[in-house]
Design a protein around this ligand. Sequence first.
Ligand code: SAM
Ligand SMILES: Nc1c(NC[C@H](O)[C@H](O)[C@H](O)CO)[nH]c(=O)[nH]c1=O
Ligand code: TYR
Ligand code: SF4
Length: 453
Amino acid sequence: MLEPADGAASGDPDTIEFDHMPETDQAFENALAKARDGERLSVEDGVALITTGSNVAGIDHGRKERVLEAADRRRAEVVGEEVTFVANLNNNVTTACNTGCLFCNFKDTAANFESDSAVDHAGFTKTLDESRETVRDAVERGVSEVTSVSGLHPGLALDDEHHEILGSFDSPASDVNYKPPEQYETPPGTYVEQMRAMSVGDVHLHSMTPEEAYHAIRGTDRRYEEVYRRLADAGLDSAPGTAAEILVDEVRDVICPGKIDSGEWVAAMEGAIAAGLPVTATMMYGHVENERHRVMHLDRIRRLQDRTGAITEFVPLSFIHQQTPLYERGIVSGGASDAEDELLIAVSRLFLDNVDHIQSSWVKFGDEKGLKLLNCGADDFMGTILSEEITKRAGGSYGEFRSLADYVDMISAIGRTPVERSMDYEDRRRIDLDADPIGPVLGPRADGTPLLS
Ligand SMILES: C[S@@+](CC[C@H](N)C(=O)[O-])C[C@H]1O[C@@H](n2cnc3c(N)ncnc32)[C@H](O)[C@@H]1O
Ligand SMILES: Nc1c(NC[C@H](O)[C@H](O)[C@H](O)CO)[nH]c(=O)[nH]c1=O
Ligand SMILES: N[C@@H](Cc1ccc(O)cc1)C(=O)O
Ligand code: SF4
């Protein structure tokens, strides 16, 4: 485990000592030539591109533009001029979590959710009925996908048998982070029940991150594949590759020491894939990590994709810092700069030669930068989501939903073709601009708040 060096806690991220550093012997021009020729990039090439050459201090803006241009050209070759998005709903079931990730303000201390707690808190747990109704309402409006990620509620287990196993430990709370659901004001149901509740009609259910899968397996010798199969039988259609953060353990040790390590993350993803589920992959960057960590992460994803081919899209999540322990404790002084965001998207496109789609996340970047990134290598503009907790609670201010009309306006404005997609990009619907309505009506209420909150 890597300890921040003296001084880190007082606010200087440069004092965290890492084994992996962003210097490379590879020359920027050589790496760029390889990228332009479509050759597979090495980690050293990736570092040379993302730093615009480690022999120059800071980012060289002329070089950066050449990297962005190469990535934009590669995007056009791989996927053409269509910009996709999904009509989806975020339905986070519970914010109760004890994992303590230092970048996260989505979570609420789980003890506050117990029936005998006197602490007032802003957290929530939705009942199975509430989840089902929220999804049903969205499906009736034309949403095709529900994305559901939650805190690791100590009262959550895979199914009744898992409850029994967890309850039989001598000290369930400290041994396996378990407390009986009856102890909580609103019991969260089991994971299997949650999947059944959210699986309304034909809706595509995108849920169970590797970290949640670990929670659903804790205290047992079950395999990830078995657990994902059981969830798939209950209605799960694909898994989100969040919880990835940075897949280098010396970084995880600093920002999320309570989380599974990078090897376990890959094992959980392989389990989901073996169970027949498509997956996404993410990276959360712009905190304590350096450029080499970012490229090492891309390398991990590229190797997983070489083995499986199951990753539908890569989703860079730029760290939202304002209301997080990392920022409040002075461990970081902010998030990624615009130039870093652009280079991250571009190098993802060039390095991940086996992943077709790179997402520009409007909720993290905002519309203006989100659109710019569609000209730096990205080709997907996320989803309508209709409700957002993770970014909002961390201090992000880019809103909670996009209507189809907003999407059409923005994508047309940059001269690209708006296409509504399914999670796996197999179903695509080019928007007919003359149709009325152009698709599901998912706008805000009259007072500007999201339809679903
Ligand atoms: C909030 S967790 C919910 C699911 C589950 N608890 C887990 O960790 O997998 C989902 C993801 O949100 C992202 N996230 C959390 N806080 C963030 C922040 N401040 N800025 C950007 N992304 C964040 C992280 O990548 C995290 O893995
Ligand atoms: N980037 C973010 C996403 N992306 C999820 C997409 O909507 C995704 O493409 C879909 O779920 C799979 O089809 N979602 C968020 O809530 N926040 C993000 O920052
Ligand atoms: N919900 C995650 C993002 C996410 C969800 C599902 C995905 O497949 C990818 C990304 C966030 O807001 O940070
Ligand atoms: S990122 Fe997930 S596991 Fe970590 S504290 Fe937040 S909700 Fe809990």
